[in-house]
Ligand binder design. Structure first.
Ligand code: DX5
Ligand code: ZN
Length: 221
């Protein structure tokens, strides 16, 4: 079953709670919250209070994607703020296992994100410690960037690796996802589609969410 996770980075930030409720009404499965610290990536976005606000606005699972240089410090903060999944970057975590453990201790599900230029082998040490793997389809930091096509093959290889290891861990794709690539990403083994600009640009959220899920599930354009 494919899940669609709108990224509120592309929402109207003056009406975040309404935008979240509108995506819930449109049939979204998760709400993706991009946390940027201006250090790991050039932008600065949301603090833990935005997660607290989102927690009050929706009962959907909150998927916090931490693009921060110090995940050990911030990951438990976002877990305590009400995120269901807290994902940290492989590239940011000198003490990845400790960061993942701190998320679980704070009551959330730990996830790990991997940048386009990072080899899958970097995931080896944490495959059995995470409940979500986020494969970046763009270099993190901005919405609306073009999808990097090699992400599809990377997803296929990760999916095979997980199957070999007997792990049911879901693969989420983040960055550049749209109706144009959702089918090949799903065929490669991804089950969670994050989408920012594609969904929020649409005049009809329900139609856009349904269409993205349908395309990913192989029911055509
Ligand atoms: C990129 C973020 C993404 C972003 C995706 O750094 O992690 O979640 O919002 O936006 P689109 O779907 O527009 O590429
Ligand atoms: Zn993200």
């Amino acid at each position: 079953m494919i899940k669609v996770a709108p990224s509120i980075l592309s929402a109207d930030h003056g009406r975040l709670a309404e935008e979240i409720k509108a995506m819930e009404a449109a049939g979204a499965d998760w709400i993706h919250i991009d946390v940027m610290d201006g250090h790991f990536v050039p932008n600065i976005t949301f603090g833990p209070w935005v997660v607290e606000m989102a927690r009050k606005a929706t009962s959907l699972p909150l998927d916090a994607h931490l693009m921060v240089s110090d995940p050990l410090r911030y990951a438990p903060v976002f877990a305590r703020a009400g995120a269901d999944y807290v994902t940290v970057h492989l590239e940011a975590s000198a003490h990845l296992n400790r960061a993942l453990a701190s998320i679980a201790e704070a009551g959330a599900r730990p996830g790990v994100a991997i940048n386009p230029a990072t080899a899958l082998s970097a995931l080896d040490s944490c495959l059995d410690l995470v409940e979500l793997i986020v494969v970046m389809g763009v270099n993190p930091g901005f919405s609306g960037q073009p999808f990097i096509p090699s992400t599809v093959e990377k997803t296929r290889r990760l999916s095979a690796l997980l199957a070999q290891s007997g792990l049911p861990t879901p693969i989420e794709i983040d960055g550049g996802v749209s109706d144009r690539n959702a089918a090949s990403l799903a065929a490669a083994g991804a089950t969670v589609m994050v989408s920012g600009s594609h969904l929020f640009r649409s005049p009809d959220y329900a139609k856009a969410v349904t269409q993205l899920r349908r395309v990913a599930q192989g029911h055509g354009q």
